[in-house]
Design a protein around this ligand. Structure first.
Ligand code: NDP
Length: 340
């Protein structure tokens, strides 16, 4: 199958490319021109699948080029994973986030609408569309109440997907993933910051991990599993929208504990609020401090997804959640460190 992946250099795009290449598909990944090479997550695939892994330059804002590219490739499947993906950053760069995530998606749908044989399209929403939700856990029918520019843009993405599905008969499916993490997550994300710092401390570093609200809680899963869920959604018999979630919630404090404990460092916490610290129980060494600088303007804490629909319809279920994800990541970080 001929597959286009927008966002192939990202965490999910790289796992997805890996999975589909293993399954025998031909992958056309879309990459941006950057001043520094940023293909560390997919470099190994270029070497392993020279005849089936192709890269093309394009940007979501460059619609003419995207149109030309899609006409030339004629994909049967299109996974749209591209766009600014950092919720906190979207408060600082709100306009470009909205342009990439919402308007970029609209342009893509317009291009696909004109193709002679439009591909099956997977759009990616986010749990952030629920922001301050009316109900816990959330389902596909929970009303959107986004609390960040990113959440607003993802909400537009999901509604656009439904409109183009119903009004133009395009095969547009949507995934609504809750947070999913891995060692391919960018370093600006709190999970990666936690697990990479834990690994360095376990190797002798004297640094102290600085975090914001430790009570912040998320429904955290493991990225490779979520990417597999995305393929199930797109290969299902009819287009639809599905939540991808673990159905459980873990606080930042618990995530930290899971990461450090997996490396043989059990922590206890002392103090409250901005005075709270995390201490290795055995040695008495302080390895975590709360820093107000990392608090978000709005921090949704009631985001828990109900994965019931995808489990029942497509048989997908998350194996790893919360502290287990933290442990897996921290162990893999140690391996990365040892590889230099
Ligand atoms: P990443 O940030 O790791 O990857 C984003 C990808 O989008 C990168 O390949 C990036 O390219 C590309 N990109 C960004 N802007 C543009 C642009 N203007 N034109 C072309 N490409 C662009 O995100 P993830 O892989 O973690 O997430 C994949 C999708 O899932 C995103 O839409 C994200 O918002 C969504 N999502 C992710 C969640 C998670 O927990 N990971 C949770 C909910 C939703 P470059 O490498 O050049 O920057």
């Amino acid at each position: 199958m001929n597959v286009v992946i927008l966002g192939v250099t990202g965490q999910d795009g790289s796992y997805l490319a890996e999975l589909l290449l293993q399954r025998g598909d031909s992958i056309h990944g879309v990459v941006r021109k950057t001043s520094q090479f940023n293909r560390s997550r997919i470099e190994h695939l270029r070497a392993a699948y020279p005849g089936r892994f192709h890269l093309h330059y394009a940007d979501l804002s460059d619609r003419t080029n995207l149109r030309r590219l899609l006409i030339k490739i004629g994909p049967e499947r299109l996974y749209h994973l591209a766009g600014q993906s950092h919720v906190g950053l979207s408060f600082d760069i709100a306009e470009s986030t909205f342009d990439e995530v919402a308007v970029g998606t609209l342009s893509l749908l317009e291009i696909c609408r004109d193709l002679e044989n439009p591909p099956r399209i997977l759009l990616i929403g986010s749990s952030e569309v629920f922001g301050e939700p009316e109900e816990v856990p959330q389902t596909e029918r929970t009303p959107h109440r986004p609390s960040s520019p990113y959440g607003c843009a993802k909400s537009a993405t999901l509604f656009l997907g439904e409109v183009y599905r119903h009004s133009f008969g395009l095969f547009v499916s949507c995934a609504i993933p809750y947070n999913h993490e891995s060692i391919r997550r960018g370093m600006s994300f709190v999970t990666r910051k936690i697990t990479s710092t834990a690994a360095r401390i376990s190797s002798g570093s004297e640094e102290v991990l600085e975090l914001g609200n430790l009570d912040g809680a998320r429904d955290w899963g493991h990225a490779p599993e979520y990417v597999e869920g995305m393929t199930r959604i797109l290969e299902s018999g009819r287009p639809d929208s599905f939540i991808l979630a673990t159905g459980t919630t873990t606080s930042v404090r618990e995530f930290v504990s899971g990461a450090f404990a997996s490396l043989g460092m059990n922590l206890h916490f002392e103090g409250e609020g901005v005075s709270e610290v995390g201490i290795i129980s055995k040695t008495g060494k302080t390895v975590l401090r709360v820093n107000e600088k990392f608090f978000r303007p709005a921090d949704p804490t009631r985001l828990i997804g109900n994965p019931g629909k995808i489990k029942k319809t497509l048989g997908w279920e998350a194996d790893l959640a919360g502290g287990a994800v933290a442990a897996r990541m921290a162990e893999e970080e140690v391996r990365l460190l040892s590889e230099g």
